[in-house]
Design a protein around this ligand. Structure first.
Ligand code: FAD
Length: 308
């Protein structure tokens, strides 16, 4: 059994493992895919003190750092059920799809999140070749270019406002007949000279020249007519889905969006179970933030352990 087990091996889980191991406690990492979303990322330019790196390189560095310590890494393990301790101080259990089960006095849940995709032709093909999901990450790559933002909720409108300051022109495309973002954001968006808003439009396809995005096609829902727009980038902002399906039915308190709610030390609603990174309600899902949050949760868990 472990003193601290992280479920998830992205930046948050890796950071939690390093911090825990440095306290000399028995530490494990169980992850479906060590490295997490970082593995799907091309260039990374906002990990402060590392001006440029690439996803697979950073994932390897995370693993190398964890392996400097006596940490059990169990890769390719998908957690399917959480059985919290029956009494304070007892062990929590995590069950895996493989049939394995692990016990630990504290847990750091760091299963991350995934961007909701449109699932239209061209989206997967041009991912990282013009199709992007994170304006904080990829916005500067589109300087001077024409881009679309798909989605008129808060994240879509925030992205459009953000990008309008960086790129030449932004076209916001919303499926419904009205934007769903807060009014203050909508007013700000409407005040920007280089933003066009298209409502009642269903994006049907991302177009490209084989190497990169060259435009998109949408259906004007009222008329059913298809229209093409030429552009160089598409930011898909239709939701970030936390990987908490496996926690349904557990007593861990989740937000309306399914994110894990934590306190200021990263502890969830269940004593001894902590959470960190994109899977939680922490705003602004970023690598540097997940690293910090994972470290904080491990320190929170250590504090909890020494009080038992
Ligand atoms: P994740 O990285 O999502 O890791 C989650 C971990 O949990 C993985 O190991 C996963 O396999 C595991 N897991 C999930 N479910 C289970 C389960 N049921 N059982 C066991 N394990 C499970 N951020 C930046 O700061 N800069 C960038 O340039 C940048 N670019 C990005 C580009 C792309 C294409 C994407 C998708 C994201 C990008 N991000 C970027 C965001 C950044 O990758 C995330 O904020 C960060 O990886 C979150 O770390 P995390 O550890 O919380 O979660």
């Amino acid at each position: 059994a472990f003193d601290l087990l992280t479920v998830g091996g992205g930046p948050a889980g890796a950071a939690a493992a390093v911090y825990a191991a440095r306290k000399g406690i028995r530490t494990g990492v169980a992850a479906e895919r060590f490295g997490g979303q970082v593995l799907d990322t091309l260039g990374i330019e906002n990990l402060i003190s590392v001006p440029y790196t690439e996803g697979p390189k950073l994932a390897a560095a995370l693993e190398e750092h964890v392996k400097q310590y006596d940490v059990d890494i169990m890769n390719l393990q998908q957690a399917v059920e959480l059985v919290p301790a029956s009494e304070p101080g007892a062990e929590h259990e995590v069950r895996f799809a493989s049939g394995a089960s692990l016990k630990s006095r504290t847990l750091v849940l760091a299963t991350g999140a995934r961007w909701r995709e449109m699932n239209v032709p061209g989206e997967a093909e041009y991912r990282n070749k013009g199709v992007a999901y994170c304006p904080h990450c990829d916005g500067p790559l589109f300087k001077g270019k024409r881009v679309a933002v798909i989605g008129g909720g808060n994240s879509g409108v925030e992205a459009a406002i953000d990008l309008a300051g960086l790129v030449k022109e932004v076209i916001l495309i919303e499926f419904m007949d009205e934007l769903r973002a807060d009014e203050v954001l909508q007013n700000k968006l409407a005040s920007l000279p280089n933003v066009e808003i298209i409502k009642g439009a269903r994006t049907t396809q991302i177009n490209g020249d084989g190497a990169k995005v060259s435009g998109l096609t949408y259906e004007e829902r009222a008329s059913g007519e298809l229209r093409d727009i030429e552009l160089e980038g598409v930011f898909v902002q239709i939701g970030l889905v936390p990987n908490t399906e496996w926690l349904r039915g557990s007593p861990i308190e989740l937000s309306a969006h399914g994110e894990i709610i934590t306190d200021e030390r990263g502890m969830t609603s269940v004593p001894g179970i902590f959470a960190a990174g994109d899977v939680t309600t922490v705003p602004y899902k970023q690598i540097v933030i997940s690293l910090g949050e994972g470290s904080r949760a491990a320190l929170g868990a250590f504090d909890y352990l020494i009080r038992q």
